[in-house]
Design a protein around this ligand. Structure first.
Ligand SMILES: Nc1nc2c(ncn2[C@@H]2O[C@H](COP(=O)(O)OP(=O)(O)OP(=O)(O)O)[C@@H](O)[C@H]2O)c(=O)[nH]1
Ligand SMILES: [Mg+2]
Length: 400
């Protein structure tokens, strides 16, 4: 079922390395080319990969001890390894980057990986988790900034999975480490399904073009569900069984997530015995879970490796309402080739009063006690706009 294309899956940071480690132990993932990057030697070890396929970033600065949650250090250490990253990605025809956002190495390093991939012209998909709310505001901010400023619109596609979804199905008493293990399991299965079907959908090819258009620019929140069933129990019922398990997946966030999604990507993997008829039946079953106007992308692949079992996966996509509204506003406002004051005010429906920035009287700071610097009658330690009584246009309507 494989063709000559090389699909590289790169795990970055502690969480990314663990997910790659799970894939490494899964014989079904053997067609994938797995690589890992971390600034933490122990994290890298959990990928289980050989020296040639892993990269300890910034060893000289961090001594293999990770970035301790510093996103700036993460970016610095990974940026230092550009040429080694190029070698890791060499020959890839498709790249999937997986990792947890919110701390240092993955959050800082993903933009570097992306820029190397772009230089090598490799189509790239990011599958990232957003931190639990209980991890605190600063981690969430790091994660959101990374998605918004470094990945969206630049990567071919970004799938963001909020870890909080785990709470909807797990008992509150579940230890965090167990929750992470479950998330890793689901993530690794979804990564497998996406790579297999997007590139080798021999039964029903997923439309990669629509997939990219869907996930490229708009901020969205995704969730994933995976259901595995074998035909040992009741061969003709395995579709229903897989669907049922999918609905209970820990990172799906409940059946409502399917019913409420703007778009869903369904993928089905199965053994050679999976017929076109059965796969249609299963995918129809899946499609019934979504609204009629939900955009659906479906794909199915078969391979010897999956003999007598099927795996149905769903990636649900919900566009961020705020960013959609902002986009609409942008596209509906009239273009103004030169932003003259009149043109600007007209476009925003404001005429008349000029708006002012809420500037406070400025202190001279450390110059306060120093000798006065004068030019004619003007005291140069006082900002020009103050000396000349200039009102500054803040360029916005309404109250700040
Ligand atoms: N799925 C999963 N997510 C994890 C796990 N550990 C941490 N996370 C999440 O991933 C985020 C990033 O954590 P790590 O991957 O450990 O961070 P890192 O990229 O190695 O960064 P540094 O350790 O600061 O160098 C965290 O904020 C958590 O939300 C894990 O075992 N599995
Ligand atoms: Mg780490």
């Amino acid at each position: 079922m494989m063709d000559e294309r090389k699909i590289t899956v790169l795990g970055i940071g502690g969480s990314g390395c663990r997910i790659v480690g799970i894939l490494k132990n899964n014989p079904l993932a053997s067609p994938l080319h797995l690589v890992a990057i971390d600034s933490d030697a122990a994290g890298l070890e959990s990928s289980g990969l050989d020296e040639n396929f892993r990269l300890l970033a910034g060893e000289r600065w961090r001594n293999g001890r990770g970035c301790g949650g510093s996103v700036i250090d993460g970016q610095r250490v990974v940026a230092h390894e550009r040429s080694r990253i190029e070698k890791l990605l060499d020959g890839a025809s498709f790249l999937l980057v997986v990792g947890g956002l919110g701390r240092g190495t993955a959050s800082g390093g993903m933009s570097v990986v992306l820029s190397v991939a772009r230089k090598l012209e490799i189509p790239t998909l990011f599958v990232v988790t957003l931190p639990f709310t209980l991890e605190g505001h600063s981690r969430r901010k790091i994660a959101e900034d990374t998605v918004k400023n470094e990945l969206l619109g630049l990567a071919d596609a970004v799938i963001c999975l909020p870890n909080d979804l785990l709470f909807s199905v797990l008992e509150p008493t579940t230890p965090l480490s167990n929750a992470f293990k479950l998330a890793d399991q689901e993530l690794s299965r979804t990564v497998l399904a996406l790579t297999m079907v997007l590139l080798h959908g021999n039964l029903l090819a997923a439309d990669f073009g629509s997939f990219i258009t869907l996930l490229k620019k708009k901020k969205s929140f995704c969730s994933i569900g995976v259901g595995v069933a074998s035909d040992e129990m009741e061969p003709e019922k395995r579709g229903e069984a897989a669907m049922e398990r999918l609905l209970q997946s820990p990172l799906l966030g409940g059946a409502d997530k399917l019913g409420d999604a703007d778009a869903v990507i369904f993928t089905l993997l199965g053994g050679p015995e999976l017929s076109l008829g059965e796969s249609r039946h299963i995918l129809e079953l899946a499609a019934r879970q979504v609204k009629p106007d939900t955009q659906l992308i479906v794909g199915a692949a078969t391979g010897e490796e999956w003999a007598n079992q099927i795996q149905l996966s769903a990636v649900t996509v919900k566009f961020d309402a705020e960013s959609e509204a902002a986009e609409l506003l942008r596209s509906s406002s009239a273009p103004h080739p030169r932003r003259t004051r009149a043109g600007f005010a007209g476009a925003h429906g404001v005429d008349g009063d000029q708006l002012t920035l809420p500037l406070e009287p400025v202190s001279k700071g450390i110059m306060e006690r120093g000798p006065q610097v004068k030019w004619g009658n003007e005291e140069l330690d006082v900002p020009t706009f103050k000396r000349r009584n200039i009102t500054v246009d803040n360029g916005k309507t309404g109250v700040e």
